[in-house]
Ligand binder design. Sequence first.
Ligand SMILES: [Zn+2]
Length: 1073
Amino acid sequence: MYKNALRGGVRTAKQAWRLKNEIGKLNLEVAKANTEFEQHLCEAARPIQSCYPATATQPQLLNPSENNSKSSCNQNYSYTSNNQKNCNVANHYRLFANVSPSTFDKHSNAHIRRTETAHLNELISSKQFFKVQKQFYRDYSSVSLGASLKNSDAPLLGDLCNQYRAILAYTSADVGPGQKAGQPQQQQTRRAHTQQETRVQQQEEVNGMAQKLEFKRLPTNVVPKHYELLLQPDLEAFTFKGKTIVQVQVKEPTTQIVLNALDIIIEEAQLEFECTKLKPDRIVYSTDAETATLEFEQSIPAETAGVLHMSFTGELNDKMKGFYRSKYFTSSGEERYAGVTQFEATDARRCFPCWDEPAIKATFDITLVVPKNRVALSNMPVKKEDALDGGLRRVRFDRTPIMSTYLVACVVGEYDFVEGKSEDGVIVRVFTPVGKREQGQFALDVATKVLPYYKDYFNIAYPLPKMDLIAISDFSAGAMENWGLVTYRETFVLVDPKNTSLMRKQSIALTVGHEIAHQWFGNLVTMEWWTHLWLNEGYASFVEFLCVHHLFPEYDIWTQFVTDMYTRALELDSLKNSHPIEVPVGHPSEIDEIFDEISYNKGASVIRMLHDYIGEDDFRKGMNIYLTRHQYGNTSTEDLWTALQEASSKNVAEVMSSWTQYKGFPVVSVESEQKGKSQRILRLSQRKFTADGSQADEDCLWVVPISVSTSRNPTAIAKTFLLDKPSMEVVLDGVSASDWIKINPGTVGYYRTRYSKEMLEQLMPAVKNMELPPLDRLGLIDDMFAMVQAGHASTADVLALVDGYRNETNYTVWTAITNSLTNLHILISHTDLMDDFHRFGRNLYEPVAQRLGWEPRDGENHLDTLLRSLVLTRLVSFRSNDVIEVARQRFRSHINGTNLLPADLRSTCYKAALQDGDEKVFEEMLAMYRTTDLHEEQDRISRALGCSTDVKLLRRVIDFAMSGEVRAQDSVFVIVAVAINPKGRDMAWEFFKTSNKQLLERYQGGFLLTRLIKYLIENYASEEKAKEVEEFFRVTQIPGCERTVSQAVETIRLNAAWLERDRAKLSTYLKSV
Ligand SMILES: [Zn+2]
């Protein structure tokens, strides 16, 4: 998922909430039409023993006569395999054929599984498997999408699945929590089972009373192998109905089936196995555990392959999770709704009853019944379409590979699309709002180029025949990597060449690169549990930069990595309320909360450090081992280390475990001593870095890969070594007394550096004359600001050093300076030093603004365009009269239509016009918002509104954010714009205090709400406010926001201490410049 929606930006579904009570009133015509589908499903499911090849991987328990005589079903077992294609597996079972049934106990069963797993692992990485897979893609590529695939000679993926069912059906779905495939699981299963019973009992006892129960994963006594899923949304009544037929494997005798279900009603359920049809006596829901328990009177025998039929209904909600409605407008202005799914992390259960855990993988045959004039999409290409009565159409999709439930996706709505094909034959389409087809072209270009690039990089072909990207009007995250159908916020995929800024285009390239990386890393190989989420997100966040660097070398994207990912991670990770990359999570509300800078940014940063440590070639080799070995399976962090270790022969696990298992990171203090003419002794020591400078509670020791550069050759690494002790000495040869020494060149290591005074003084001239490379100038200034915040240096001293950056030319270095000064700006807003600080800022930024001017030069480089808008925007906020005057004039010409502003300068000019603008300007901006239909432009305008310094207008901005004119996904960011404006800070917080129920209702928790809370509170700077916020959240419980609140309160206290410590000196310094 791409969580960074901060720069994203639409209209809430205002007249939501029609009718929970209308669920189930779907018309009879539709029901009739569906009987055919049911027939199809039943046919597919009926010959369970002969057609359900999953059983071929398991010892099948049959009556020797193969009569389905019920009375003898549990006696006289023999073992058969009815799928000779899986001969290797079958042969394996034959080895056991002579074993007496009575001795074939659970122990030997476990032994079989162990051996079988080893065998299947071998098979899965065999050349034969890849050969068939490749042939399939070659053949498929000649078939145009939408045509009936049955007409082609190419083997369908479904056929492929049948052929390789043994591989595809055997997943870690068979494995309980904490177990590795092949290990005995009975004990765990039994325990889980007992807990489940207790839970249901408690549920009954409390009868709806809120009682927080300990979270448990689903029991593993019954697991799904394959789902047939039909969904039929009603896009006017905002309901949906569905049916699912799940092929399940019962591992142990049970009277219960526990699965996930939330906000849906299971209307009917029936389990068929062998000759028996069982209906549950009752279905017990637990809203707390988000489960439904089907309770049967009769016990279901062990080793049963059964088929579970369920029909269900639900609301097409407006919460942007599960199966939800997304509002859009037709070209004539008519309001309509699309039906869209968003399942990660745990919301597939809001759409259909399922085993909604990443390790419980299965294959899916998805069918949608939709109005005949709507586009219907899912993970796989269309296999068959039929017209139904009542203006409906039934669309059946091909079978998916084995995959996790959170990656299932469906979209039903009105869209245009552009289509292309990657050079390796994958069909790529980008779906856009109707009439905006050409806005999908940029993403199409990126996606078609990226697929072969990743194929080469990972040395594994993209596993599906098609890749769809689609812009969704109401979308809470930035994008979501559903296999074969990636969903995006409009601003994260659509490019309007005239109106899209370069910065946005760059974000879109990164997002597309990120989601497509997930198709391998996440979808093909999936984390075993959410604790390992960072494997998905950290890795995709690293690879998106590889991809953009490959496609757009002119973006100099690796330098931007440091300000975009690395420094943001360090900032959050220095808090006491940070968390380790690997964090034990259970309940869904906890899972939502870890889609944060630690999983993404720190994850990507430590992977970049590792990449640097083992080198590109071994990194690639290791990735290929990892992906090949675990494809269609699940992994934990150690599996990645093992593969990289094999490839590099370096002790990866030992180096990396401290980075994933400890919270925070070290600060490396360094001193140097010259020995003779050409030797320098470096004395290094490490300890945990804390944002407040205090001694850390934990006694952590990291294994830090350190590299060093010197003025002899600023771009080369002079020495590398591991700092794996609290302190050590290193000798550098060939260094004279006048040479500077830089630790962590390239700012790759995930740590801060604290130089001795002498070493820092030697370095500063190299900053001024830009002898030090950009990433080193950047890292140095960022570390210095962190030392200031921690009280190890004074703000005034560092501001004096910042002056050394006045001649800086590099965009990314300026971004780092700007980020640090923005933090300081917040602090100063609590003092009377604002005018002085503005003067300091103008002095610092004016030279670079003068160099760049307002007009882009011919052939200007990408980074200068970005730098211009950064610097001019800063000068607007530093109240530079000259810049504000030009910006206002340009805004006027833009409004009049005499001279349209380039997209890159619009935010700057909008802010300048609004900052001291009156109601007239405000109305003009609103009018502009209402006339544009480009989401990016609406975003730009609505976020600029918060710049106003007129309190009355700021109040209107909040009302506007909550009105139906701003999409629910964007309201948060409009309010944030008010909250980060010192004039709006209290107002936004007061608004939240009175409206938190409404907001909670609107977002149902989730990271939009956590974002809002973070920005509302973290900019205060007094103990009094910290206490007020704590008290508010103690009384007002908002599940899933606990960590964010603790982090923000900690930041308030850091601000307060910083201010207290530095106020006097800062005042003296700022008044003197
Ligand atoms: Zn992601």
